[in-house]
Write a protein that binds this ligand. Structure first.
Ligand code: NAG
Ligand code: NAG
Ligand code: NAG
Ligand code: NAG
Ligand code: NAG
Ligand code: NAG
Length: 380
């Protein structure tokens, strides 16, 4: 009983000691509390407190991290303008001064030594590099410069940030939900990049998606029952023989449902019976008029009727499998509107024109006569 009590007290004591570490500190092998990576502070146990290293700088795990001078490294995509100062010779401890790399530039690892903006040697993802970083040159009095990085054109990018100079063809990927119509090409030696090109990338149509890729490609509709997208079919709609509105996300169920037997649909329109005189095609996406002989209109999705062309008359809607010649041409000199059924709809098309022509002739004759009369009058 006595021993159990001692063990219990020991556990409580250990817990108590561990609970004394600052939330941003840890205790190595039961030793003292040490501030974590990115923090510094004296005596991280009891009353001590861990402070965050100044913006852009960081400290290492497993070090004493007792004062600001332990913040002697820069985070990635920062450069070190001045190094950390140790609290010796009467100096006050100071963290390294780390400044963010210019927009679009960065580095592969956080700098550990003092330098300048030329520590920003690479381009960030989706930027391309036209010039490498240049350290300051005291002799020539040229200032330091970071890598020259420009954002890739809309929709294009790079899987990883370029590390060497090149041209716009470094933008050889299309981003998520952009499809590629042309590969990047180059690099060229030309200063103005005239003949280098980024990948050509276009946004996916509504209700479709694509993963980032460096291949000529096309987007996929979310809806598994949609007609596949192609360069000539650039809208997600239900496939032929299915009606409804395609789903707008990969998690949503299909919005398309199959037409009942004998009914057709295209582009998700409501399923319908074929119009009189036509039969349904195998894919349930359209119908065909039985009579396709001269003078008939081909079956059309939006009208769904079988009719004669203009200047013909007849009724192909009465046609059956074996019918042909439903439409007869109007007699010469007459014409009829689209969809005429009776010969009486063939009207002479010259009457109106000849009337106005006659009127024209009449008025010029009158004008001529009046002029002649007028001149005769003058002569007299
Ligand atoms: C259909 O019309 C074309 C000219 O438009 C003609 O050459 C052909 O002989 C016609 N066919 C029939 C079966 O009348
Ligand atoms: C179908 O008919 C409509 C209405 O007359 C017309 O606007 C359309 O051009 C036709 N489509 C075809 C493919 O002929
Ligand atoms: C004539 O009517 C048919 C439907 O029978 C339609 O598809 C076509 O577009 C029409 N043509 C014209 C020129 O209006
Ligand atoms: C009447 O109209 C039809 C169709 O427009 C045409 O083919 C024919 O030549 C016209 N006839 C005359 C006499 O103008
Ligand atoms: C990285 C980390 O753990 N940071 C913590 C430091 O401590 C404060 C509270 O004092 C927390 O809010 C941080 O999340
Ligand atoms: C995926 C990838 O990294 N693409 C290009 C990014 O840019 C570099 C040039 O730094 C190219 O070599 C890569 O092909």
């Amino acid at each position: 009983m006595k021993y159990i009590l001692i063990v219990f007290q020991l556990i409580v004591f250990i817990c108590y000691v561990q609970a004394q570490c600052d939330p941003n500190a840890s205790q190595a092998n039961g030793g003292a509390c040490q501030c974590n990576q990115g923090y510094y502070g004296q005596d991280a146990s009891s009353n001590g407190k861990c402070n965050q290293c100044p913006t852009g700088s960081t400290s290492q795990q497993g070090q004493a991290n007792s004062d600001a001078s332990y913040c002697n490294q820069c985070l990635v995509n920062y450069y070190m303008a001045t190094q950390a100062v140790q609290p010796t010779n009467g100096n006050t401890a100071a963290a390294a001064s780390c400044l963010p790399c210019p927009q679009g530039t960065g580095n592969q690892a956080g700098p550990t030594v003092q330098g300048d903006v030329s520590q920003c040697t690479i381009c960030l993802i989706n930027y391309y590099m036209t010039q490498a970083a240049v350290p300051a040159n005291k002799a020539n009095q040229t200032p330091a410069s970071a890598a020259t990085c420009t954002a890739c054109p809309t929709g294009s990018g790079n899987k990883s940030g370029p590390t060497i100079p090149g041209d716009i063809s470094q933008c050889d990927y299309c981003l998520d939900n952009y499809f590629m119509t042309q590969n990047a090409y180059g690099p060229s030696n030309l200063a103005n990049n005239q003949f280098a090109s980024a990948a050509q990338c276009s946004a996916c149509p509504a209700n479709s998606y694509i993963k980032s890729s460096n291949q000529i490609s096309f987007c996929k509709c979310y809806d598994i029952n949609a007609l596949p997208l192609t360069p000539s079919n650039i809208q997600c709609t239900c496939k032929r023989g299915w009606q409804g509105k395609v789903s707008g996300s990969s998690s949503a169920p299909s919005g398309c449902s199959q037409c009942p037997p004998g009914q057709f649909s295209m582009n998700g329109f409501p399923c319908k019976q074929c119009g009189p005189g036509s039969y349904i095609n195998d894919d349930q996406g359209s119908c065909t008029c039985y009579d396709t002989s001269n003078g008939t209109n081909p079956w059309n999705f939006s009208t769904n009727v079988c009719q004669c062309q203009f200047n013909f008359y007849g009724d192909p809607s009465k046609a059956t499998k074996i019918t042909s010649g439903s439409c007869s041409p109007c007699p010469d000199g007459t014409s009829s509107p689209n969809g005429s059924v009776a010969s009486s709809q063939c009207k002479s098309n010259s009457s109106d024109n000849s009337n106005s022509n006659q009127q024209g002739t009449q008025s010029s004759t009158i004008l001529y006569l009046s002029l002649s009369l007028f001149s005769l009058f003058i002569l007299l």
